[in-house]
Unconditional design. Structure first.
Length: 140
């Protein structure tokens, strides 16, 4: 299969497929004209790579799963190594989320404090003349 066919079958771009190849996750051969040729099994492999990436793993993490990327990774029993990698990645994600929540809370507190120290904008003459902020225009 040529790179375009694999790209269409997997929903990836040819650039992504070349990147996976550079990273050693998939392989191709070269046709006489220089075009990349992939084994049809590459479609399953790329779909599995995408599944693992979508789950939050990195390409480095995915390398641990190389021996099982040609099968159904969603149905295969988890290996101790795969579970370890997934738990480590989850811990990294949890730490990043906690850091982002802390940063958000600091920003929210700073905005709240700033709102308390900034005086309200002056009222316009129209607002000042209107009793209790009601509109001065009359309705029929």
């Amino acid at each position: 299969m040529r790179i375009g066919a694999v790209a269409r079958a997997t929903g990836c771009t040819p650039r992504v497929l070349r990147h996976y190849e550079e990273q050693g996750l998939i392989t191709s051969t070269r046709a006489a004209n220089g075009y990349r040729e992939y084994d049809p099994a590459a479609v399953t492999r790329v779909r599995n790579i995408r599944h693992l990436l979508d789950a939050g793993l990195t390409l480095d993490d995915v390398r641990v799963f190389l021996p099982c990327l040609d099968g159904d990774v969603t149905a295969a029993p988890p290996s101790p190594t795969g579970l370890r990698v997934a738990r480590e990645r989850l811990a990294v994600l949890d730490a990043r989320i906690a850091a982002q929540v802390a940063a958000r809370n600091r920003l929210a507190a700073a905005l709240h404090a700033a709102a308390l120290t900034v005086p309200a904008p002056p009222m316009s003459i129209k607002e000042f003349a209107s009793p209790a902020g009601h509109s001065t225009t009359q309705t029929p």
